[in-house]
Design a protein around this ligand. Structure first.
Ligand SMILES: Cc1cc2nc3c(=O)[nH]c(=O)nc-3n(C[C@H](O)[C@H](O)[C@H](O)COP(=O)(O)O)c2cc1C
Length: 200
């Protein structure tokens, strides 16, 4: 059998990350330690971003009081998820990302171009923060955590409540914990490879 016939990671690992993992919408009364999110981030940060810009920023709402501030800013159908989760993350894009990119080795010329164009900063920050959100979801699953990504929320309202002092634009809220029996909806179908691709 050639090396192309098998995945490098085991089917069990793929099940944890993809095939058996579901969006969780309600959670058991069991903690989701901040240390696990730190470890997940420490893994996910190695995945690629445009210009190595790494614009993802996180608020970890670890206290019930902090999650209470978030609840009224969530769409009605998402409020119970935040209420039941032991941890909620506000995932944001830093639109002043050029300030942190010098330490990441970005060339001075690129930093100047970014500093001069809000449109460029916003495009770069949002695109790469979204891809980092995807990496983080998988890294959290690798920790054995269940997650529910939600964009049904007043995202500018979340910025006003949590980011008045910093240039972070919220892109999603992620509930993190251990799903209870009613956490998961039945699996919806997925497109087949042949329906979404052309080999040229
Ligand atoms: C960017 C994004 C936004 C989402 N927003 C919501 C949301 O606001 N509320 C919700 O209940 N689920 C939300 N979801 C969850 C999706 O509906 C869910 O991942 C999809 O239906 C697949 O479900 P499964 O993971 O159980 O197979 C969101 C997922 C993503 C990736």
């Amino acid at each position: 059998m050639s090396s192309h016939d098998t995945a490098v990671v085991t089917d069990d690992a793929l099940a944890v990350l993809f095939t058996n993992a579901h969006t969780a919408r309600s959670f058991r009364d069991e903690p989701a330690p901040v240390e696990q999110v730190r470890r997940a981030y420490d893994n996910a940060r190695w995945a690629p971003t445009a210009l190595n810009s790494q614009p993802l920023r996180l608020d970890l709402l670890a206290s019930p009081e902090s999650r209470q501030r978030l609840v009224p800013l969530m769409a009605g159908m998402n409020q119970d998820s935040v209420l039941s989760a032991p941890l909620a993350l506000i995932v944001s894009a830093d639109i002043a990302l050029e300030k942190s990119m010098r330490a990441l080795g970005a060339p001075e010329e690129m930093l100047q171009r970014l500093a001069g164009s809000m449109e460029m900063r916003q495009g770069l920050a949002r695109d790469s923060a979204l891809i980092q959100l995807g990496y983080l979801v998988l890294a959290l699953r690798a920790e054995g955590l269940d997650v529910g990504v939600m964009t049904g929320a007043d995202l500018p309202g979340i910025d006003a409540e949590f980011h008045a002092d910093r240039p972070w634009q919220t892109i999603a809220v992620v509930c993190v914990g251990h799903g209870d029996e009613s956490a998961f909806h039945p699996r919806s179908p997925r497109h087949d490879f042949d329906d979404v691709s052309q080999v040229l």
